[in-house]
Design a protein. Structure first.
Length: 201
């Protein structure tokens, strides 16, 4: 399995790139969300990849962030009727944070507006991903709509970490706030999460 490519960006189009890795050119399909983050052609690039093997071809899909690749894999492995091509369309039509928010808030209308995704597919995305994205997705999407200070961002990241571990949103927020009051403003996200877990144990 090819998990990433590290080399020189030779050519970049909105839907695909060519990466030169030690003299071998790899043709990689990408979503628009990754295209926006690419360096200029000729620049150094590290692209996370997913290799899809079909009877007639081996196709490499590339992503600039682990969140994009995780969402791509979640879509193709969890939602019936979504293959790699449609999963790329979904990520091209909506960034990962907005997508998580749409699933968490059951916003079928927003999802159905993505190219290639009709109402039925949008409903399947919501139903089949709801449990995997849940409250943390809604919290992340809400936080992304506001500009956070460094201190608030730290609390936000710590709250998301606790929610990923199964805490309810209000419990997680209260616990992180209490931990920050006890440890002081210089405490890292890791310190805050660890202190909250100790307290909850």
């Amino acid at each position: 399995m090819i998990t990433f490519l590290h080399g020189k960006l030779v050519e970049a189009l909105p839907t695909q790139v060519i990466v030169d890795v030690h003299g071998v050119g790899y043709d990689v399909l990408i979503p628009l969300s990754s295209f926006d983050k690419l360096p200029a052609p000729g620049g150094d690039i590290k692209l996370l990849t997913h290799l899809a093997i079909r009877e007639d071809a081996h196709v490499l899909y590339g992503f600039m962030t682990s969140a994009e690749r995780e969402m791509f894999r979640l879509l193709i492995n969890t939602v019936s009727g979504i293959g790699p091509k449609l999963a790329l369309n979904v990520l091209s039509g909506m960034n990962v944070t907005a997508l998580r928010g749409a699933v968490a808030n059951a916003d079928v209308k927003a999802l159905a507006q993505i190219s290639g995704v009709g109402k039925k597919t949008a409903e399947r995305i919501v139903v089949e991903l709801k449990d995997k994205i849940g409250a943390a997705g809604a919290w992340e999407a809400l936080s992304a709509t506001r500009a956070l200070s460094d201190a608030d961002q730290k609390i936000n990241d710590a709250v998301l970490a606790l929610m990923a571990l199964g805490f309810k949103q209000i419990e997680a927020h209260d616990s992180i706030r209490a931990s920050q009051n006890a440890l002081g403003p210089s405490a890292s996200v890791e310190d805050l999460v660890r202190a909250s877990l100790k307290k909850g144990a």
